[in-house]
Write a protein that binds this ligand. Sequence first.
Ligand SMILES: Cc1ncc(COP(=O)(O)O)c(C=O)c1O
Length: 147
Amino acid sequence: MTVTTAHETGAKVARIVADFPIFQHPTSRGKRLVYLDSAATSQKPRAVIDALVDYYERYNANIHRGVYEIAERATNAYEEARAKVARFVGADARDLIWVRNTTEAINLVAYTWGAQHIHAGDAILTTELEHHSDLIPWQELCRRTGA
Ligand SMILES: Cc1ncc(COP(=O)(O)O)c(C=O)c1O
């Protein structure tokens, strides 16, 4: 068993926080920013910000359509990201679908998998505490199917 001390954990957290430029700036009240709204908008580490700037400055173009150099570069980067994320979550890259947000992702599952596998009489367990994006798609699925 590995024992981690509070000091080691603190040092680890400090290293992670150092990756996020937004946490390097005090709030308007001179306090350290504490951010707990990641489900709505996640803060971005320096590597992500740099990659976005690099993309917009050097190869911002349509993916999968343009037949010119920067479009091909954008397509490659897009597909490389899909492969990386698939490896990270242990999935096949062909099974990984990019969506714009949680709401779109949950609706996609409810309208596709849900339509195929959920039937009248089935029960979907959730709580009133869920955000609308994770409550309404299931309520709507129940309404459509009688689950
Ligand atoms: C707790 C929580 N869940 C889900 C969502 C929906 O996320 P998205 O905007 O990615 O659809 C939000 C958005 O604010 C949220 O705060």
